[in-house]
Design a protein around this ligand. Structure first.
Ligand code: AMP
Ligand code: GLY
Length: 424
């Protein structure tokens, strides 16, 4: 069986590492991939959003395709591949809208009674600002409707910040066309938990929970990023919370998508906040999270490819999905300056010829090969990931590799899981 994985980040590296353990797969392609992924898969230089190019390649070379990033899913890559008779893991375009439009997902939750922050949708900057002034409740949460690389959310602490945010989104179009419509939301409080789930639209199997650290700096300060580190499971996700989520959020969301004629097949990501009133949805993603996947998939005991095929064939109810006990932690090494301007091309030290380092799994995100050496090639460069019987052990192992593996102007958070390790 030949499998093609679409994408090029740490998340794709984690998916490919899990797939490489499957006895059914004898060759993995990754398009476009990166230097670390190249040790496990044959990288093919096709852009992740090139639907025509990807379909042409898949027709010739692949028996199954895993579409991981949000852009190609929202553009309908799965529809194009399936139309050519190539089975895929990932939602079609109609279902991917659950992430691609915040307005759609908020309306869905409202219609089906799924707990989330109350909201209003605006496509006119003046009306939005008038409403914010009228409400006079801060912080005010403003979200661009469309995909914005996880950065389309602005939280205003007062009227002046709200004015700036509205201008940035709707007038200066800082997030492009995705800011023409803006969702104004109630501000929620509580710990955030990510739950990824396998679903074939008939049953839904949540994976173990995880927790991202989205801000660039320690103590959750600085700008929002794609994610600076993760732990799994999350200590905030108790059995009681999990039960409520299953009943009030996961199953209702799967059924709502089916009722809307948009059955969701693939990995559905629930960004949750455990508020004083109970768990509520912050956001949905139509795909594996990054860097959540890097700590969740290493804990999976069941063959990932078996699950992916069952999702495609809509036979998920016939298999059981098993998880290891213990914890997993991932620390992201980013380029200095990320998520704003940064330099590329610094040599990365501490990696063997496969891009790995003893004692941890090194997931490559923004890396490239230059003159036989690994060099930095993006904002988030590496994820150093380790498992342990306890969260403490996992974190200690991951952080032990941070000094030995690194590069010039490296930036990382020193407090991944720090609060959580003291909770237990
Ligand atoms: P999102 O892209 O919707 O996940 O939002 C990015 C981040 O903004 C979330 O992870 C939260 O930390 C924060 N956020 C989003 N919506 C809210 C809300 N209604 N109340 C409080 N914080 C929020
Ligand atoms: N870690 C958040 C995301 O993948 O969107």
């Amino acid at each position: 069986m030949k499998v093609l994985v679409v994408g090029s980040g740490g998340r794709e590296h984690a998916v490919i590492l899990a797939l490489s353990r499957s006895e059914e797969i004898d060759h993995i392609y990754c398009a476009p991939g990166n230097a670390g992924i190249g040790a496990l898969a044959e990288c093919v230089n096709i852009k992740a959003t090139d639907i025509e190019g990807m379909t042409a390649f898949a027709k010739e070379h692949a028996d199954f395709v895993v579409v991981t990033p949000d852009d190609p899913l929202a553009l309908g890559m799965v529809d194009a591949l399936e139309a050519e008779g190539i089975p895929c893991f990932g939602p079609d375009k109609k279902a991917a809208v659950i992430e691609a439009s915040k307005a759609f997902s908020k309306d869905l939750m409202h219609k089906y009674g799924i707990p989330t922050a109350s909201y209003e949708i605006f496509d006119d900057a003046e009306k939005l600002m008038a409403r914010i002034r009228e409400k006079n409740t801060y912080p005010a949460v403003l979200k661009a409707d469309g995909l914005a690389l996880g950065k389309g959310v602005l939280i205003a602490q007062n009227e002046q910040e709200a004015e700036e945010a509205v201008r940035e989104m709707m007038i200066d179009k800082a997030f492009g066309a995705s800011g023409s419509r803006v969702v104004l939301e109630e501000f929620m409080t509580g710990p955030e938990v990510s739950v990824l789930a396998f679903t074939d639209s008939h049953v839904i199997y949540p994976m173990i929970s995880s927790m991202d650290h989205k801000r660039a700096n320690d103590n959750d300060e600085g700008l929002n990023t794609g994610g600076m580190g993760t732990i799994a499971p999350s200590p905030y996700y108790t059995e009681d919370v999990a039960e409520r989520c299953m009943k009030e959020i996961f199953v209702p969301t799967m059924n709502a998508m089916k009722a809307e004629g948009r059955p969701f097949k693939g990995c559905l990501y629930f960004g949750l906040m455990i508020t004083p009133q109970g768990p509520k949805v912050v956001e949905y993603n139509c795909r594996f999270g990054d860097p959540e996947t890097q700590v969740v998939l290493p804990m999976l005991k069941t063959d990932l490819f078996t699950i992916m095929k069952a999702v495609h064939d809509e036979t998920l109810k016939d298999i059981t999905v098993e998880w290891e006990s213990g914890s997993c932690a991932c620390v992201i090494e980013a380029s200095g300056g990320y998520p704003q301007k940064y330099q590329k091309g610094y040599e990365i030290h501490g990696l063997d010829e496969k891009g790995q380092h003893e004692g941890v799994t090194v997931y490559h995100a923004g890396t490239a090969m230059k003159d036989g050496k690994f060099v930095t090639n993006g904002g988030r460069v590496l994820g150093l990931c380790a498992k342990g019987e306890t969260l403490d052990e996992a974190l200690e192992k991951a952080y032990a590799a941070v000094g030995p593996v690194g590069f010039e102007h490296m930036h990382y958070r020193t407090d991944i899981g720090r609060k959580e390790r003291n909770l237990k």
